[in-house]
Write a protein that binds this ligand. Sequence first.
Ligand SMILES: [Ca+2]
Length: 241
Amino acid sequence: VDIENSEVSFDREIYISRPAIKEPILGHQVGGKLALGENERTLYLSLGDFSKPDRVQDKTTSLGKVVRIDLQRLNAEVYASGFRSPSGGLFYDRESNELWLTDHGPRGGDEINLIKRGKNYGWPSVSYGTIYERDGIGGYYGNKFNSHEGYEKPQMTFLPSIGIGPLVKYPSTGRNDFWDNDLFVAGMGNTTLYRIRKEGTSLVYAEPVLNGYRIRAIQIDQNGTFYLKTDHNQLLISEQE
Ligand SMILES: [Ca+2]
């Protein structure tokens, strides 16, 4: 990074998207979340469909994919596919080595997915929601939606959509039998924070625990203290009892 001349240069090409994306990075169902993976030697990147759903199932494009970058070898591979707008949450759990991703579905199809190498998560072939016109797929209710037949199913789906956002795990604090190792996910559209009961890799129920904030980012420290960043210049910090 050349600070004086405000320039960034790259010594080495690690991953080039196909197609090249000309659109601005905001909007257009871009994805764009990053998460450090195992031993902090890998980095996962989520990419949305950029409003080109018909190209997501094409294995040669970067659209609707999760890319895994090896930070030691400095190379990259497509790790999983079939996403629409994974811009809300990408969380790597270092204890269980599980990678979790939230995907903005179409109308009524927000998903929490457990990401596994080589799996296809279905968009736009299947969804539990119905489509918006802007997804550019005809036959509003005529698609084979309301299923995930032949594709990797989400661990949980929200109907109606909540505008699904960031996702994190509540750590093993040893002090909260109810919440230890559960997930928390924010509904940005409906300004609700949910606790997601997690048993193994199954997500059993979603319990609303906080309402009224459009939460963009969540951190929970090892003591179980929440740090919530909203879209309205607020930082909320929970108090311990
Ligand atoms: Ca899916």
